[in-house]
Design a protein around this ligand. Structure first.
Ligand code: PMP
Length: 447
């Protein structure tokens, strides 16, 4: 199968290249390959599986729809299944948005909801440009509206996303975040910045694909204040961070920020494709048909999503993600102290990243700031994508599936289900520690 896949599928294959696994059965954290091997899956469908694979409440919800004789695809018609999903979704939304929110069901991928959000703020403000941040990932759609004559021409200006370890200002800590915020403020207010007032600002509260970079709460609050004062809608892309993943139901809740627009996907479909955009109702200037799409009525995904949203809410999984994530980060920091090739460990809740660096590489210039990260002393060493890939391979050999992320794919990412037990978390960390030790040993011996 793997040979046939390589011969027949496109060169754009991603996960399939680094993870030559043919999954045939899965439950919770565990995936069984066609070769009978079992793996602990910390990729979780790229952060989709809040409850792991085939959780009983999700299977039951899907079966109930199948057995009820309900139509499976309903475009955007009202159905009892959709009604239940919307009710549960609104129940979870951040206070301040929940009371006056509207939802638009989009095509089923995260990128569809991002497109909808951008279209919405352009329609609501009459402006065209968008501000986004370095390292952002929002999806891969391109050009379809242009092809049918929609003439969208979205111009995006990019501003620095704050990060401690590779702080663009070389200082990290609260000062680095403050400088990043000031840069955004000056671009918004300088009539000669070359960036006209945008239709919206879009950001991830924790950059996932960008390398697991949690936005400092103070920075997020600054982004909220800056955009609010200038009547610029703030779009928060929670495709990957939502449904408890970061230790709050929605990651914006860490900072108390209430966005104007939220992009939701991945976990909200309970492992099946579903994406929505939720927004303050004053933004709802859309005439009928302004945003459309065939696959906006996936009843199985809505049922699976309702079951997932409710299960996370009712079973303390949000607090569990926060508490277990902290403990896992603690153990990983010990790993970083033991191995020079582990440059940084970071994350929020169960969204965790371990950045591999060249142990002998020249540290980048940079000054440590009192209160900033200790690791900034002397600056970070160059990122090491080859070592990260080696760790991913060694993990797989030990029966652990992990993802890579970051600008150069130098970050090993863990996105376990929120249902992971303490014993499973220990097994994941043991396997990862063994994999890192094997790679570090190879580096030391020059292999
Ligand atoms: N936004 C974010 C923050 C994401 O992480 C992703 C996917 N990794 C997307 C949007 C795009 O989602 P999809 O791949 O479903 O289009």
């Amino acid at each position: 199968m793997l040979r046939r896949q390589a011969a027949r599928e496109s060169g754009a294959r991603t996960y399939a290249r680094a993870l030559p696994v043919v999954p045939v059965r899965a439950r919770g954290l565990t995936v069984e390959g066609a070769d009978g091997r079992r793996y602990l899956d910390c990729l979780s469908g790229a952060g989709t599986l809040a409850l792991g694979h085939n959780h009983p409440v999700v299977l039951e919800a899907i079966r109930r729809v199948l057995d009820s004789g309900a139509p499976l695809n309903c475009l955007d018609l009202a159905t009892p299944v959709k009604d239940a999903f919307t009710t549960e979704l609104f129940r979870t939304l951040p206070r301040g948005l929940a009371e006056n929110a509207r939802v638009q069901f989009c095509g089923p991928a995260g990128t569809d909801a991002v497109e909808a959000a951008l279209e919405l703020v352009r329609a609501a403000t009459g402006r065209t440009g968008i501000l986004a941040f370095t390292g952002a990932y929002h999806g891969q759609t391109m050009g379809a509206p242009e092809a049918f004559g929609g003439a969208h021409d979205v111009r995006v200006a990019r501003l620095p996303y704050p990060q401690d370890y590779r702080c663009p200002f070389g200082v990290g800590g609260p000062r680095g975040a403050e400088l990043a915020a000031r840069w955004t403020e000056s671009v918004l207010d300088d009539p000669n910045s070359g960036v006209p007032r945008p239709a919206g600002v879009i950001l991830e509260p924790v950059q996932g694909e960008g390398g697991v970079l949690p936005a400092p709460d103070a920075w997020l609050r600054r982004m909220r204040a800056l955009t609010e004062a200038r009547s610029i809608p703030l779009i928060v892309d929670e495709a990957q961070t939502g449904v408890g993943r970061t230790g709050r139901y929605w990651a914006v809740e860490h900072s108390g920020t209430v966005p104007d627009v939220m992009v939701l996907s991945k976990a909200i479909g309970g492992s099946l494709p579903l994406a929505v955009v939720v927004y303050r109702d004053e933004l709802d200037v859309w005439p009928p048909g302004a945003h459309t799409g065939t696959f906006r009525g996936n009843q199985l995904a809505m049922a699976a999503g309702t079951a997932t949203l409710a299960y996370v809410r009712e079973n303390g999984l949000v607090g569990r993600a926060a508490e277990l994530g902290e403990r896992m980060l603690g153990r990983l920091r010990e790993l970083a102290r033991a191995h020079a090739c582990v440059g940084d460990v970071r994350g929020r809740g169960l969204m965790i990243g371990v950045e591999l660096v060249e142990p002998e590489g020249e540290p980048a210039g940079g000054e440590a700031e009192p209160g900033g990260r200790e690791a900034v002393v002397g600056g970070p060493r160059p990122t090491a994508p080859a070592l990260a890939a080696a760790v991913q391979r060694e993990c797989l050999r030990r029966g652990l599936i992990v993802e890579l992320g970051g600008r150069d794919a130098g970050v090993v990412r863990l996105l376990p289900p929120l249902t992971i037990t303490d014993e499973q978390a220990s097994a994941v960390l043991d396997r990862l520690a063994d994999a890192v030790a094997a790679v570090a040993g190879g580096v030391r011996s020059g292999a």
